[in-house]
Design a protein around this ligand. Structure first.
Ligand code: 5GP
Ligand code: ZN
Length: 143
């Protein structure tokens, strides 16, 4: 049996709050949203990190982004703007080692990101005096 949380969701052992699904990708709401809308888009096949993709995965990666854009359209913030972003390994704050895009929208998104990832990694971030959004958006409505 897999130990991967997202593989358990794909296998139906855990029920995510799914918003979109195809044979190749699955999208669901993040359990700890960092914005009014925070979706996760992942491949149905287990790939641990961005470092583990190969030349045979190029179409799959394209499909992840197509799904991310659909999630944004369906959530109604495609035109105003959003972020589709992938964390890779510890210093970027990756905590679930099954490749996934975060789709964040519904608020202004600072650039560059830093706060939450710094907390994950236990690192100081002297360049980042910005707001930490963790836990600020318990409910996601309207999509
Ligand atoms: P990462 O930190 O790896 O880039 O992102 C992992 C994401 O998975 C986090 O945003 C976290 O809130 C989310 N997450 C962790 N456990 C669960 C869960 O059980 N259900 C859902 N829907 N999201 C989860
Ligand atoms: Zn997995």
């Amino acid at each position: 049996m897999t130990e991967c949380l997202f593989c358990k969701m794909i296998a139906g052992e855990i029920q995510p709050d799914t918003v979109y699904e195809t044979d190749d990708v699955l999208a669901f709401r993040d359990i700890n949203p960092q914005a009014p809308t925070h979706g996760l888009v992942l491949p149905q096949r287990h790939i641990a990190t961005l470092n583990d993709i190969g030349t045979g995965d190029t179409e799959l990666i394209g499909k992840l982004y197509l799904a991310a854009a659909k999630v944004a359209r369906d959530a109604g913030f495609a035109e105003e703007g959003y972020r589709a972003v992938m964390n890779c390994n510890g210093r970027a704050g990756q905590t679930v080692f099954h490749l996934h895009l975060h789709v964040l929208g519904g608020r202004d998104l600072n650039w560059t990101p830093g706060s939450a990832a710094s907390i994950h990694a236990g690192l100081g971030a002297p360049w980042d005096g910005g707001v930490v959004w963790a836990g600020e958006f318990p409910s996601q409505t309207g999509w």
